[in-house]
Design a protein around this ligand. Structure first.
Ligand code: NAI
Length: 267
């Protein structure tokens, strides 16, 4: 360990169980000396085992529905109280599509499902940042990261309306990143992660074949949740202070490969 986050304080959204990318990130941030508040939707608290993670990392838990502005305002002010000052890093690791959950095809969306999924998966990132911004809660040279997927740029048919949600999320990172950068010297980036076996990931139809395909297409192999935690730590650290408004591919090279020999050999 390198003490990369010694003295830094943050908020981590989206740890549900030990497979969650946010869970691995929280453990890794803790190892690097960072302290943080853990948060998730009240309903998720009942499903997962966030208490175990909180105990392990010495973190407090504040429930917040990331679509609810009041919850977010409360989360931001309580976090500053608990952590004893402004925030240095925030991880938004939240995603959910009601259309996917209910098995609705992309060409047969139910639009109130679409709107709900967009609110949870995409607009929530704006809501989180607006809450931090209005409370002037971020320290200078702080870092905000959200997780995304390459279906925002290229078509993966079974990714359904999450593709559109991720495109919106990535755009919000650029747009808010401008204001957070010029006014508060805070950076905002998205990490475009390999398919990863988590609750959200395995909810996508055909996930098992898909993750194997990505593995064979990526020169370095898929990036795991643990790899993603490492990368996120680097983005929270002072070593990446001038990286902002970027969508950063963390996928073993997948996004720049047309076809790999292993895939050709299968035909
Ligand atoms: P996960 O299922 O462990 O995490 C998703 C989290 O979102 C859960 O903790 C859930 O409780 C939380 N959430 C849902 N609704 C919420 C709400 N209203 N308010 C607050 N939190 C809410 O799955 P995973 O894979 O760790 O997902 C984290 C992020 O990574 C998501 O943005 C996902 O789209 C993204 N991602 C995942 C990939 C994968 O293959 N697993 C690939 C690329 C990106």
């Amino acid at each position: 360990m390198y003490n990369l986050l010694k003295g830094k304080k943050g908020i981590i959204f989206g740890a549900l169980d030990e497979n969650s990318i946010a869970w691995k990130t929280a453990e890794r941030v803790h190892q690097e000396g960072g302290s943080f508040v853990l948060t998730n939707a009240p309903i998720a608290m009942r499903m997962g085992n966030l208490n175990d993670l909180a105990e392990k990392t010495g973190a407090e838990i504040i429930p917040a529905d990331a679509t609810n502005e009041e919850d977010l305002a409360n989360l931001v002010s309580k976090s500053m109280e608990i952590l004893g000052g402004k925030i240095d890093f925030v991880l938004h690791s939240i995603g959910m599509s009601v259309n996917v959950r209910k098995g609705r095809h992309y060409t047969d969306e139910k639009y109130d499902f679409t709107a709900k999924g967009w609110d949870v998966s995409a607009l929530s990132f704006h809501k989180v940042m607006q809450s931090l911004y209005k409370a002037d809660a971020m320290n200078e040279w702080g870092s905000i990261v959200a997780l995304t997927y390459m279906a925002a740029q290229r078509t993966f048919p079974d990714y359904n309306d999450m593709a559109d949600n991720k495109a919106y999320l990535e755009s919000v990172a650029r747009s808010f990143g401008y204001f957070f950068g010029t006014e508060k010297k805070v950076r905002v980036n998205t990490i475009s992660q390999s398919p990863t076996p988590t609750t959200a990931g395995t909810g996508v139809k055909g996930f098992d074949s898909f993750i194997n395909y990505a593995e064979k297409m990526s020169p370095l192999g898929n990036a795991s949740a643990q790899d993603c935690a490492d990368y996120t730590v680097s983005l929270f650290s002072d070593l990446t202070r001038k990286v902002t408004m970027q969508n950063l591919f963390h996928d073993g090279g997948f996004s720049n490969v047309g076809v790999s020999q292993e895939i050709i050999d299968q035909f």
